[in-house]
Structure formats: C-alpha cells, structure tokens
Design a protein around this ligand. Structure first.
Ligand code: PRP
Ligand code: URA
Length: 209
C-alpha cells in the first residue's frame, strides 16, 4: 500500500492557512501556492540518491556529492496543478514537465480527460504528479492511469490538501504510489468539495468564477 506523508513543516502550515482563507485574493493565493510548492519540493526530494564526485575548490581537491539516479519528471494535472509547477521547477530546474488535462464533471464528479503530453523517455523517469486537491481521488487515479498506460513505472503524487476518501481511493487503485500532502482534511461535502479545504483551487488560482 502507498504510504502517506504529511509535510508538517511550520512554514508550509503557516502559508497553507492563508491559502485556505477565503479573503485571500487571486494574486496572493497564486504566490502562496507557488511558495508552498517549492517548500514541498524541498521535502519530497529529501531521499534522492547522491553520488560522489571530485571537485577542485579554491583551496584543494575534494570529494563532494551530486544527484544521481533517474531523471525527474513533473506532471501537473491541468488546470490547478499548473499553479504548483513553477514552484517545484525553482528547485528542480532540469526536470521535464508533462501535462495531463482533466476536469471533474460537475454532476457525476468523474474526471474527463482532454489532454495528455509527456516527455518521450517516460520509462526512464521518476515522476511527481501534482495537483493542489485530492478530493474523491478520481482525477489523480485517472492521471496516474494515463502515465502508467504510456510506460511510467515510478510515480509519486503530491498535493496541498487531501480528503481521507481520496487517499483511500488512491491507495486502492495505485498501491505503488506514495502520497505527499500538506494537510489531511476532515471529509468531502455533498458536492465533492474538501471540508474545510480551500474551495475550488483552479478558480482561486486563475480568478475564474
Ligand atoms: C480539481 C482539482 C483536481 C480535482 C480533484 O480540478 O484541481 O484536479 O478537482 O477532485 P477529485 O479528486 O474529486 O477528482 P477541476 O476538476 O475543478 O478542474 P480545474 O483544475 O480545471 O479547475
Ligand atoms: N476540487 C477543488 O478544487 N476543490 C475541492 O475541494 C475539491 C475538488
């Protein structure tokens, strides 16, 4: 079963409070999501493998470390996942970025796929799929299905706020995928919104609605 990691770093928790606040406007919301995505990228990359290399400092020859292992791929789920992408790329600028476009049908809450574009060397990358929200879990499950169908074998999922229902659905559908979140909330409401949540992430990021 996929593990669930909650990033309880004080800076992440502090900024998340202002992201949740309904009086936070679009500009500030976008900036905060970007900052939290960077902080989460710092945490999620903690276990990346390193290899030793030689380096000549101004003082002497030394042995030091650089990143080793598979190359990274970031896959935002459109639209709201885009709000986290630049923040992650600030820390991992060489990562390639794929996109999976999905929206939830407002009646059925089922995800409808409308776009997929991934890096060509899918099998050779460690992927981080990102979306601010894991609600029913339908979108994350579908996006990861899409990646696996195209050959991805190493996938993690990162989001800001998750509902227990979504975590369960993800663990059932993709037991090989670990989940990294800033907060595990209480529940979903009758409209499939996370409670307390932060509202509609896409609308708040882009000022629609
Ligand atoms: C939101 C959110 C997730 C999805 C989560 O996207 O960004 O992708 O809902 O819900 P789920 O876990 O129940 O599938 P939305 O469908 O509103 O599309 P948008 O990002 O284009 O606004
Ligand atoms: N999508 C959102 O943007 N917010 C929720 O609370 C649930 C799904």
């Amino acid at each position: 079963m996929g593990k669930v990691y909650v990033f309880d770093h004080p800076l992440i928790q502090h900024k998340l409070t202002y992201i949740r606040d309904k009086s936070t406007g679009t500009k500030e919301f976008r900036e905060l999501v970007d900052e939290v995505a960077s902080l989460m990228a710092f945490e999620i990359t903690r276990d990346l493998p390193l290899q030793e290399v030689n380096v000549e400092t101004p003082v002497c020859e030394a042995t030091s470390k650089v990143l080793a292992g598979k190359k990274l791929g970031i896959v935002p789920i459109l639209r709201a996942g885009l709000g986290m992408t630049e923040g992650i790329l600030k820390l991992i600028p060489a990562a390639k970025v794929g996109h999976v476009g999905l929206y939830r049908d407002p009646e059925t809450l089922k995800p409808i796929e409308y776009y997929v574009k991934l890096p060509r060397d899918v099998e050779e990358r460690d992927f981080i799929v990102v979306d601010p929200m894991l609600a029913t879990g339908g979108s994350a499950v579908e996006a990861i299905n899409s990646l696996k169908k195209r050959g991805a074998t190493s996938i993690r999922f990162m989001c800001l706020v998750a509902a227990p229902e979504g975590v369960e659905v993800m663990q059932e559908a993709h037991p090989d995928v670990d989940i990294y979140i800033a907060a595990l909330d209480e529940k979903l409401n009758d409209h499939g919104y996370i409670v307390p949540g932060l509202g509609d992430a896409g609308d708040r990021l882009y000022g629609t609605k």
